[in-house]
Ligand binder design. Structure first.
Ligand code: DX5
Ligand code: ZN
Length: 216
């Protein structure tokens, strides 16, 4: 059964409390929170004050996906805002190893995300140190884009690397996940499915989350 992490980026921000309640009542496991700075990605989403508020509205895991440059400047603030998992982009970190250690020393789980063009083997020297790898299956910055098919090869390759070392590192896949392609993503080796539009634009989000949970 996959971990399902709906992305609040596709939610109705005017009704954030209702959206949080819906997720609380649903079978969703994690809240996926997308932070964009307008520099690393060509879009700006929401930041610390919003996450702080969301933290008060749920006991579920807050999975924060940082699409920002120099994430080390904000790691402590995201911990204070309530992040349980903090994921940084490989492409945004000159001193990735140091950033991972910082996140873990603050008491959060550490994730590293890869853009569609970044091969999975760049992680071979840090894989043992991280809790999660986030494979971007669209170019980060926007919800509602189409799944890049080549991501399936990357998931399979990463699954092999993780299994060969008998690690517990989770594979999270983010971007363009639908009820139609989710099974292929899980079969390729994903542990966590992020879904924005598929959940929040659905006429029955809770039922859609239940369907995603049942994928195998
Ligand atoms: C994109 C974000 C995703 C986004 C996914 O940069 O990282 O989490 O919200 O949205 P969908 O599921 O609509 O592709
Ligand atoms: Zn995301």
């Amino acid at each position: 059964m996959p971990i399902v992490a709906p992305s609040l980026l596709a939610s109705n921000f005017l009704k954030l409390q209702d959206e949080c309640n819906m997720l609380n009542e649903s079978e969703a496991d994690w809240f996926h929170l997308d932070v964009m700075d307008g520099v690393f990605v060509p879009n700006i989403s929401f930041g610390l004050p919003v996450i702080e508020q969301i933290r008060t509205a749920t006991k579920k895991v807050c999975d924060v996906h940082l699409m920002i440059v120099q994430p080390e400047r904000y790691a402590e603030a995201f911990k204070k805002a309530g992040a349980d998992i903090l994921t940084v982009h490989y492409e945004a970190c000159t001193h990735l190893h140091r950033n991972i250690q910082q996140i873990k020393s603050l008491g959060m789980q550490a994730g590293v995300s890869l853009n569609p063009h970044t091969p999975v083997d760049v992680l071979k020297d840090v894989l043992d140190d991280i809790d999660l790898v986030l494979i971007m299956s669209v170019n980060p910055g926007f919800g509602g884009q189409s799944f890049i098919l080549h991501s399936l090869q990357k998931i399979k390759q990463l699954r092999k690397m993780i299994d060969e070392r008998a690690l517990e590192t989770r594979i999270e896949v983010d971007g363009g996940i639908t009820l139609e392609n989710a099974a292929s993503v899980v079969r390729a080796g994903a542990d966590v499915l992020v879904a924005g539009s598929t959940v929040f634009k659905s006429p029955d989000p809770k039922a859609t989350i239940r369907q995603l949970k049942q994928i195998h």
